[in-house]
Design a protein around this ligand. Structure first.
Ligand SMILES: [Zn+2]
Length: 114
């Protein structure tokens, strides 16, 4: 290909490009194509309302999977923990009294962490 023909072909390709409106629209034809592809890929991965709508569960689905949709009946919150209660160790089956984790002066029971 002669230099003249090469210039004609390059100019013809440049004329096909849309008018540059931002920095990404500039550069050689190869750079422009690369930027355009990258922009298209970014657009594909962009989160839109339509794309995420199918991941939002309906109230019926939430109910079916046991999610709380209303405040349950009952007093609630009267016994926030079991400090001072007698419990049985799951490992050795010994009884022990639940200690207050914030009370460092508390005498430890016979059962210790194992
Ligand atoms: Zn134990």
């Amino acid at each position: 290909m002669t230099y003249r023909n090469s210039c004609i072909s390059a100019l013809a390709r440049m004329k096909k490009r849309p008018m540059a409106s931002k920095e990404e629209d500039t550069g050689t034809n190869e750079e422009f194509e690369k930027n355009l592809k990258a922009r298209e890929e970014r657009e594909k991965g962009k989160l839109t309302r339509d794309k995420i709508e199918r991941f939002v569960a309906s109230e019926e689905e939430l109910k079916r999977f046991g999610y709380l949709l209303e405040v349950p009946e009952g007093q609630g919150g009267d016994i926030p923990n079991e400090v001072g209660e007698k419990k049985r160790c799951d490992r050795c089956r010994k009884e022990f009294v639940v200690k207050d984790p914030n009370d460092f002066n508390q005498v430890s029971s016979e059962h210790s962490i194992h």
